[in-house]
Design a protein around this ligand. Structure first.
Ligand SMILES: [Fe+2]
Ligand SMILES: [Fe+2]
Length: 403
């Protein structure tokens, strides 16, 4: 099967995975093995479906690498977020369904721990009808994956706890699900403004972590509340919210480095990555390879280097199943991710440089990590070559790393 952007759907394509209804985890808009009608494309976009899985006889082996159960788990979490956030939107007092949140995060966490293939093969939520809610669900998923990659670091950073408790990431998941809940009290004209915010509007926007924290304080565990308060706090001390000395009302020095809770340090990178790879009212979704490049170049000092490195080890710049164009003109599909050489995945050729299908694509497998002159050049008609240099190799291990 292949990942196909909805804009690239052509007649005769057969669905390899069903398309779920975003608001109901148990129902589907279309079942698998159905030919995808072209006139459904506008509806898919409206539902937030950006890509679909299409049958491809030569790539059936990818079915085993992309765990279908993960999508079900993500949609269960999304449904709970949706129910609770809608309650806030209706103006009802925030009376969180914490038990259901905990149950849904617990099952997603257990699923990820038990999954042999889920960790590296990033699958964001595949259909959603509300940005804030899907963003919250995706940040939760990305943060859990990152935290799981950092088990030993988690024990070191949470050394007041037993090793077993230190590795328990459910409060990280809960904090991430609720991290932007304060945005529900930011005026929609600011939230959905298609152009750059004015300085004054930006100041209002920057209040959302504190608003969210005040909404949730006392209702959720302190570690989860820290994620809500500090998910925009950067490792180098920049970012927000501005801390205030409660006794004097004077500004206090910002938290930085390891003063920031480890859960918040993880949430920060997951949050920025998901926002940039998602479609927004003011910007199109950027490909993963571009966003990872921007994180490594523009965001120097923003992240805990150990967390940052772990993040790059689990997020493939080119998702499995994605069709790409190589710089020699071959059209290929990504079939594996190599964490040591993130931007040099293993691919399988589909068409030669003249557009002719290969008779047997299984004979056309290329491990791009073995070639210095061969690379992915285009993804969804975007030239990605400016984003490759840094990602041809994983960033160096920080000193004293404990992964
Ligand atoms: Fe935020
Ligand atoms: Fe966010």
């Amino acid at each position: 099967m292949l990942r196909v952007a909805v804009d690239h759907i052509t007649p005769g394509m057969i669905l390899a995975r069903p398309i779920p209804l975003p608001h109901d985890p148990h129902r589907y808009l279309l079942q698998r093995d159905i030919e995808l009608p072209l006139d459904l494309v506008p509806r898919l976009k409206q539902l937030g479906v950006l890509e679909v899985w299409i049958r491809n006889r030569d790539l059936e082996f990818l079915e085993t690498m992309i765990d279908e159960g993960l999508g079900d788990q993500q949609r269960e979490v999304y449904a709970i977020v949706r129910k609770n956030f809608e309650q806030v939107m209706r103006g009802a007092s925030l009376d969180l369904d914490i038990r259901h949140f905990q149950d849904a995060i617990g099952s997603l966490f257990d699923f990820l721990k038990a999954s042999s293939c889920g960790n590296m093969l990033l699958q964001k939520l595949d259909a959603f009808d509300n940005y804030l809610m899907s963003h919250s669900t995706n940040v939760c998923y990305l943060a859990l994956l990152t935290g799981m990659r950092l088990e030993r670091y988690m024990i070191q950073e949470r050394n007041a706890k037993s090793a077993r408790d230190a590795k328990d990431l459910r409060q990280l998941g809960l904090g991430c699900l609720l991290h932007d809940i304060g945005k529900m009290h930011i005026p929609v004209e600011i939230l959905n403004k298609p152009s750059k915010l004015t300085a004054e509007e930006y100041e209002i926007m920057k209040t959302h972590p504190t608003i969210g924290y005040n909404m949730l304080k006392g209702q959720i565990h302190a570690a989860a509340a820290q994620v809500v308060l500090n998910h925009h706090q950067r490792y180098d001390g920049k970012g927000y919210p501005q801390r205030v000395n409660v006794a004097t009302g004077e500004p206090s020095p910002a938290q930085q480095g390891k003063q920031i809770h480890i859960f918040s340090r993880i949430a920060t990178i997951a949050d920025i990555y998901d926002a940039a790879t998602s479609q927004r009212c003011y910007s199109a979704a950027k490909p993963s390879v571009q966003v990872l490049h921007e994180l490594r170049t523009w965001c120097k000092g923003c992240f805990d280097p150990i967390v940052e490195r772990a993040f790059y080890e689990i997020i493939p710049p080119f998702p499995i199943g994605k069709t790409v164009k190589l710089n020699n003109g071959v059209e290929a599909v990504v079939v594996d991710f190599n964490p040591r050489y993130p931007a040099s995945p293993k691919v399988q050729g589909l068409r030669d440089p003249y557009g002719q299908r290969y008779a047997d694509p299984s004979l056309e497998e290329i491990d791009l990590a073995l070639y210095t002159d061969l690379c992915v050049a285009r993804v969804d008609d975007i030239d990605v070559t400016p984003y490759l240099a840094l990602q041809r190799e994983l960033m160096p291990e920080p000193d004293g790393v404990l992964l």
